[in-house]
Design a protein around this ligand. Structure first.
Ligand SMILES: [Zn+2]
Length: 247
């Protein structure tokens, strides 16, 4: 299954440069609209897509470019204008794509009455926008918003622990040190807010354990975290299919 996924991923992207999420520089010009820059977030978004049965992901495969542009969009406030995509109210500053956990991991931290769950909220908003767009027969827009939702789950899949040292090795899926950890589990129904919560809790625990991606023990832990992110995202995409597309 892993090799099959690798082949499918290569059929999409082996000719496309492989980059890091940090930094994800704003793109200008029409090439940005035709060839989304591939980053760690896109890697997770694509793996999640490939975890779905072919029939469930068919409508997204047909709008794959919109899905990937959606994954780029939260980091690139110009993208919607440049590529004539739906306006989005996503935060453009990377520091806002984060959550904070209480030290006992009981829930997100609350500071002065404000719950530090911003990424979970943004993911849920993007998903809700996708629901609205799909029901209005705007399927390209729905794919775009699901891609944006995928961005936020991708962000917390390696929160605070991705580093240039680790991720610049991932120039292609074949070379990614994390490919070996990507393995589909059973699809279940999951809302984006809950997925961000589950994934970020796991990655925060890793961060507190290892502190840095430079640690020898960290890459397997990060690989497992990236795998959890892809699987939780696949669950959300599955939920969208079951609750919206199939209806
Ligand atoms: Zn981000």
């Amino acid at each position: 299954m892993k090799n099959l996924m690798l082949v499918l991923l290569c059929s999409f992207y082996c000719a496309v440069s492989w980059g890091n999420d940090n930094p994800m520089a704003p793109q200008t010009g029409s090439s940005a609209c035709d060839t989304p820059i591939y980053s760690t977030n896109h890697y997770i978004a694509d793996h999640a897509l490939l975890m779905l049965p072919a029939g469930e992901r068919h409508w997204l495969d047909q709008r794959h470019k919109h899905y990937l542009l959606g994954t780029t969009s939260p980091e690139d406030p110009q993208l919607s204008t440049t590529c004539a995509l739906p306006a989005n109210n996503h935060a453009s500053q990377h520091e806002k794509h984060s959550v904070e956990w209480a030290w006992d991991y009981s829930d997100f931290k609350v500071v002065n009455g404000e719950k530090k769950d911003r990424t979970a909220v943004l993911a849920q908003q993007a998903y809700d926008n996708a629901v609205t767009a799909y029901r209005a027969d705007k399927l390209d827009d729905a794919a775009f918003f699901l891609g944006a939702m995928a961005h936020y789950i991708g962000d917390v899949s390696y929160a605070n622990i991705h580093s240039d040292t680790v991720w610049t090795d991932a120039r292609s899926p074949a070379l990614s040190p994390f490919e070996q950890y990507v393995s589909p589990d059973r699809l279940v129904k999951r809302q984006p807010y809950s997925a961000v919560k589950r994934v970020s809790k796991n990655s925060q625990e890793i961060y507190r354990t290892f502190g840095s991606a430079q640690d020898k023990a960290a890459p397997p832990a990060i690989g497992k975290s990236v795998n959890l992110g892809a699987n939780e995202l696949a669950d959300v995409l599955h939920t969208f299919y079951v609750s919206v597309v199939k209806h």
